[in-house]
Design a protein around this ligand. Structure first.
Ligand code: 5AD
Ligand code: SF4
Length: 444
């Protein structure tokens, strides 16, 4: 078999796309290798959400160039969001590259690699699918990939929200949903291969099923359908948009035992003027009201969010409103970013007015606050028993296994290796909390 080296930058959607390419290539005679220098084909699945990601990828491309000089038959390709954003320009910057493929090209990877081989010229493929829905045809036969106890399933791709700072609508195109039956079939297959937890994945899962399907299916209906699949023990979803988050979704948390009590709901800012500028289409008060309703319905709900600091024009007091909101909601975890101007986005035309040093200082303050909140939330688990889905053995000293509790905390714990294995649900008494990690003792 030929060897393919795959590397992934960015979000879970990219991880899922890389897995899909591995599977498609496996069926056409490629096996994955961990060593780039051994590969006949190298594919780097790229991200362009912030400038830092972009710079990392160009520097990796330059580092891979010598491999092409040693082995002129090597095919070197870049896929994903940066490839989509740059297209032909990527080749102009990196003329030694053979393939530039946007996210919608993933399904055609085998044909595109063959095209490079046959024509011996670089191939760029950045057009979006023209179908109204999103299909991931099942491949029968052998597979190189065994799902972990927790696994991701794409339900929707693209985004129609056009938040002013975000490149995703330009790199991943319009929202397209997969038919419920196709998703159910994939989940059943994954469960039959050992998956116990499924995370439904999309840039904005709450927009699922609005159009393009044989009949519109609201997101909460999908949750009820997937939750009834036998053998599935836990269900999660990510990412949500506050504007599309419905009351029916809150009811689903109450009705469905396997829908675990965690929600990742990006807020981006705690200030109404900034939210409006970002075109987030909701206010701080509306966000708080969703959370209050949710916490009333499901008191042990764990919450996480995304935050951007230093958006163009953000004043010190507007930034401080974000800190106030974080304190109020008490997120378990926040993914915090300095604003980074992105090509094609409306915000790119606004002066990037907050100096880098101020952005860094604001980011540091959000990180410090989140650390404190995480510690406070983590300490609440001490002495309590939590259900942990075991993902793997633990690499931490003094712990045997690692997994996650319902609220998405990483849990390292001691337990009997003759009795516990990945995929088991284990009761763990929490003894310690540090960072976003809990430590404890498995009690079965
Ligand atoms: N600058 C900084 N952060 C960004 N994000 C998206 N675009 C940008 C940008 N231009 C963040 C948002 C989003 C997360 C996936 O990445 O917080 O929710
Ligand atoms: Fe980007 Fe906004 Fe869509 Fe999220 S909802 S992917 S931030 S445009």
């Amino acid at each position: 078999m030929k060897q393919v080296y795959l590397d992934t930058f960015g979000c879970q959607m990219n991880v899922a796309d890389t897995d899909r390419m591995e599977l498609l290539l496996f069926h056409s005679g490629y096996i994955r290798t961990g060593e780039a220098q051994d590969a006949d084909l190298i594919l780097i699945n790229t991200c362009s959400i912030r400038d830092k990601a972009e710079q990392k990828i160009y520097s990796l491309a330059r580092n891979l160039k010598p491999l092409k000089e040693v082995n002129p038959d090597l095919i070197l390709g870049f896929t994903g969001c940066l490839a989509q954003q740059e297209g032909e320009q990527f080749l102009e910057k990196m003329p030694f590259v053979d393939l530039v493929i946007g996210p919608d090209g993933v399904e055609h990877i085998v044909r595109l690699v063959d095209e490079v081989k046959e024509k011996n010229v670089p191939v760029v493929r950045t057009q979006f699918d023209t179908d109204t829905n999103y299909k991931i045809p099942e491949l029968s036969g052998e597979t190189p990939l065994k799902p972990g106890s927790t696994t991701f399933v794409n339900i929707i791709k693209g985004c129609d929200k056009y938040c002013t700072f975000c490149v995703v609508p330009f790199t991943r195109g319009r929202e397209k949903s997969r038919e419920v039956e196709e998703i159910e079939q994939e989940v059943r297959l994954l469960v039959s291969r050992g998956a116990r937890e499924v995370v439904l994945l999309g840039q904005n899962v709450n927009a699922y099923g609005k159009r393009g399907l044989k009949r519109p299916v609201p997101f909460h209906e999908l949750l009820y359908r997937i939750a009834s699949i036998s053998g599935l023990e836990r269900l999660r979803f990510t990412t949500s948009h506050p504007k599309d988050f419905t009351r029916e979704c809150i009811s689903a948390y109450q009705d469905l035992d396997i829908l675990v009590n965690h929600l990742h709901l990006p807020v981006q800012s705690g200030n109404n003027r900034i939210l409006k500028e970002m075109r987030r289409m909701h206010t701080v008060e509306e966000y708080i009201s969703i959370i209050e309703e949710l916490k009333t319905a499901v008191p042990d709900m764990g919450l996480s969010t995304d935050i951007i600091v230093g958006y163009p024009g953000e004043s010190e007091s507007e930034f401080e409103d974000t800190l106030v909101l974080m304190e109020k909601i008490k997120f378990n975890n926040s993914y915090m970013f300095s604003y980074s101007p992105r090509p094609n986005t409306p915000a790119q035309d606004f002066p990037d007015s907050v100096p880098q040093s101020v952005k860094s200082a604001r980011l540091q303050r959000t990180i410090e606050l989140q650390k404190k909140l995480t510690l406070e939330q983590g300490e609440k688990f001490i002495g309590k028993e939590v259900d942990v889905l075991v993902e793997s053995e633990s690499f931490k000293s003094g712990a045997d296994f690692r997994g996650r509790n319902a609220q998405y905390w990483s849990v390292n714990f001691t337990g009997d290796k003759r009795q516990i294995s990945p995929g088991d649900m284990v009761k763990v008494v929490v003894e310690e909390a540090s960072g976003h990690v809990l430590r404890g003792r498995g009690v079965l």
